[in-house]
Design a protein around this ligand. Structure first.
Ligand code: IMP
Length: 187
């Protein structure tokens, strides 16, 4: 865990997505998902901790009966702003998704390594279907091909924080998504 920042906003070089844009996009995704899953047995599976605000807002934008479940994973090794692809499950699903329509709710897809692992893991649980909804997509750094069904925003290759996303466990509570000043992680 990093040293606590003294001023969250001062460490952000640029606001990429403000609160209003995020809110509008979440409502739009909620409408699409509600239409696509009408009459089905939807379970939203979110991956802690980064997806927490997105999951909380998205589930309330979907007007269908649904259940939720939470997983937590961590990736081994790598620099603080990189993922290694070696994933450890810290918290597993608490209920079976066998025969259910599972929608994996993610904060960001970067290299795709974490999600690739999770997809393989969840497919093994025999859901009736398995799709992905991510708030942010950074396709520039993708190392594995991932079929993403719902994307909020496609963003450039910059390290972002806020609305759940962290650097050293901080900045998750920012209401917007912003680009972290490179000085913050290079020092
Ligand atoms: P991937 O395995 O490289 O796709 O990385 C996915 C995970 O890395 C995300 O769930 C985030 O936790 C983290 N991550 C990737 N890019 C960023 C970023 O720009 N800001 C904060 N976390 C990120």
């Amino acid at each position: 865990m990093g040293r606590p920042p003294t001023n969250l906003h001062a460490d952000v070089a640029e606001v990429l997505l403000d609160e209003e844009r995020i809110r509008a996009k979440v409502l739009e995704l909620g409408e699409r998902i509600s239409a696509d899953y009408a009459g089905r047995e939807l379970t939203l599976v979110s991956v802690l901790k980064g997806s927490l605000p997105f999951m909380a807002d998205l589930m309330r934008a979907i007007h269908l009966p649904l259940t939720i479940d939470l997983m937590e994973v961590s990736s081994y090794g790598g620099a603080a702003t990189e993922t290694s692809g070696l994933v450890r499950i810290i918290k597993d699903l608490s209920a079976s998704i066998d025969g259910r329509d599972a929608l994996l709710v993610e904060d960001i897809i970067d290299t795709g390594l974490t999600l690739n692992y999770l997809l393989r893991y969840l497919r093994g649980k025999n859901p009736a279907s398995l799709r992905i909804c991510t708030l942010l997509d950074k396709p520039a750094r993708r190392l594995v091909e991932i079929p993403v069904d719902y994307v909020g925003f496609t963003i450039p290759d910059q390290f972002v924080v806020g609305y759940g996303l962290d650097y050293g466990e901080h900045y998750r509570n920012l209401r917007y998504v912003g680009v972290l000043r490179p000085e913050v992680y290079s020092t």
